[in-house]
Design a protein around this ligand. Sequence first.
Ligand code: FNR
Length: 371
Amino acid sequence: DTTTPHAPLSRIPSDILCAQDYEALAAHFLPATHHAYIAGGSGFEATLRANREAFERVQILPRLLRDVTTGHTRLTLLGQSLHHPILLAPLAFQALAHPRGELDSARAAEATDTCLVASTLSSWPLEDIAREGCVEKWFQLYFQPMRDSTLDLVQRAEAAGYRALVVTLDAAVQRPSLRAQRAGFRMPDTVRPGNLIHHATPPPVELERGQSRIFQGLMREAPTWDDLDWLMRHTRLPVIVKGVLRADDALALKAAGVAGIIVSNHGGRALDGVPASLDALPAVRAAVGADYPVLLDSGVRAGSDVFKALVLGADAVLVGRLQVFALAVAGALGVAHMLKLLREELELCMALAGCATLPEITADCVTHRHA
Ligand code: FNR
């Protein structure tokens, strides 16, 4: 496809009626290569598909005759008061979708009282993102090959006012999906990791004969339990781990002093063949108990999806691709509009299901459709 993509709009397009509409429209606002990079999942995209199928299998059972006129979506998470349980997931290189990238996402978060999670691999430096004024903001940390670099990121995030560290552990190896490679995606020279520009790059790994390109090569700098422990001793911020799918890992992380976890498969972009986040959620919640912070992402496209995730054990959700799709269509305005739609969809779903507040969203609010 060689059609020239539309430039971002400075108005809300009239054909957007629900948050998910940004997904289809974004294809007209992104070069085909960038679209493939953003939309694609790893491997055969089995997990990417599973994320959506899991939401579609869950059906809502509304309660009748409830008074919801005092309803609201407020919650407390890690001691922070949030207006609603929808956060912006960390997404790398948002300049692919819009020249202002993360700056516009932050502006939208600020305008809609949304907690933003800024990526280590943002195209703008974390300080510039913080200056957009968003109060609730967390920093997503990828361990760097050298501890000095990791510590530098941590200290900069603390100084810039980020209130938590989200450590992503499911993506030790990152490469564009087959879909992106087949579309001919290459990271443009103009899109750079704004936080890492001054970081020294370690010398390339020299493999000896018989050594594996994967185990001794790509995985050599992947973090382990020791690194997580080191991190928690070097920050005053609460540490949240993103990428949890197993109940035993969740329990071990809780025991290690991690402040909360995000059940996630990276939107189907990490290991292909893992379960949908929504399917992994109930066992994780059961393992860590009712009061431990558990968030979910991967596949959230509508307010009813947020509702379903909350029923199955999440305290809040993060939205990934919808954020960059809305950004591509209409910058900060698009992201703010998408968030407003998503929040209203959740409120409508709660109201019609007879739930006035988030704690009223309980396990009996859904049933599972059997395939
Ligand atoms: C991501 N994700 C991600 N996660 C992370 O911890 N750090 C990052 O830098 C990125 N970058 C990134 C780029 C792009 C283009 C995508 C699509 C995703 C994963 C992201 O935070 C989240 O887990 C998923 O996007 C959630 O799935 P949905 O909402 O996209 O279905």
